[in-house]
Design a protein around this ligand. Sequence first.
Ligand SMILES: [Zn+2]
Length: 479
Amino acid sequence: MFLLFVLLALIFTLLVISITRTLLLMRKKDQTNLPHSLPDATLAIEKLQRAITFRTVSSREEGETDWDQFNQFAAYLAEAFPLCEKHLKLASDSPYNLIYRFTGSDTKAQPGLLTAHQDVVSANEDEWTHPPFAHTLEDGYVWGRGSFDCKLQLIAILEAFEQLLQSDRKPKRTWYAAFGCDEEVNGGDRGATLIAKQFERMGLSFSVVLDEGGVVSENYINGIDRPIAVVGVAEKGYMDTLLSCSREAGHSSTPQMPTALGKIAKAVTSIEQSRQEGRITGPVASMLRNIGEEAPFPFALLFLNLWLTKPLVKVIFSKNPTLNALIRTTSVPTMIQGSDKSNVIAQSASAVVNTRILSGDDQGSTLKHLRAVIADEEVSLTLRRYDNPSEESPTTGEAFDLIKRTISAIFPEAIVTSYLMLGATDARKYQQLCQHIYRFTPAQMDRSEVQRMHASDERIHTDNVQKAVAFFLSLLESW
Ligand SMILES: [Zn+2]
């Protein structure tokens, strides 16, 4: 009886502490941010449409990229943004990268860097409603490969520069813009890698780097009506592992089990059925705090009391693929190979597993996990590629405040928060030059729109083109 009483008293105390904390930490929506007036974007929309017609598809295979498309794209940009071309363009080490410098009124202030990439992933024309490399504007959307990833960002940055030049305005500090040519190749060394080397040689370092990244996301978390603007402050690491197995083949008319392919298939299934331990790392903890402060009470209670609710948050996040990827290292089989004839048993079989690594894990811990899950000595593991998780940028300070403020001015309804980027961007290439690297694309959309990126029917609403230009104008003039 006494024990029950103690237990009830303990639960009651925890509840009182959690509710009090929640009420103290919850914030009313910030009303100090006046919406920024939106510029005319007719020209920017037209320029984005034209930009899409250049097939700047990058390829990992040497010789497969049509570099002439990049030359034509650069020539088009020179014509569409004549003042940027004349006053801001710098010579680049690589003929296919583009670099601009807009000298600000305060030349003593450390410069900032805005980045995007020119290249796009390929597109299978048959799967598209409108041709992927055409000049289509329909239902209020600019359609085509690169409309969102990443020519929106590139055109919006140049349009903001051009509009300032046209009206004889200057940014406060000096801003650089850099557009690489191989972001989609994932680890290529012609694009941002060379740009970063060039900046290093020029003796530059940056007060802030802003690359593509999270968007203003609608329905990001079920039950929270307000859109959530997510600014990437770190990126997960990347790893490819080859699983291989060799066995006596025999004849397919008298099979002997298990086969090499059977063993690989079993390994692949085991990987799919396992998961690595969930952890709430810095960027996700700050995201939960930011959302909790402005979300409805039940979410606030959950997100602002992680000291008590962490296990529950992990269970909830694990049920949603996007949120799950925020709290653990994920591994997924992506390629498999056996025999190339239907009546021949493969003597050797293989599969590739792609892993996205949460900060705190590395190749060693991941290989250990995979080995334990596969639990078969005959399946060998070879590391094919490995990139560390990125450094973590601070979620306080002037640079982050600037981005938050600018987002609130253009998207006044949004809750603004830091988060962990799940994909890889060019941003990490600038780690030596800047400690304040953020990843954000100024566009508001729901998950179905985001998922068109790298898939068929990629498109961007014209309202978002206008807001993207407004975002960069506001950013350039306010810091
Ligand atoms: Zn991109």
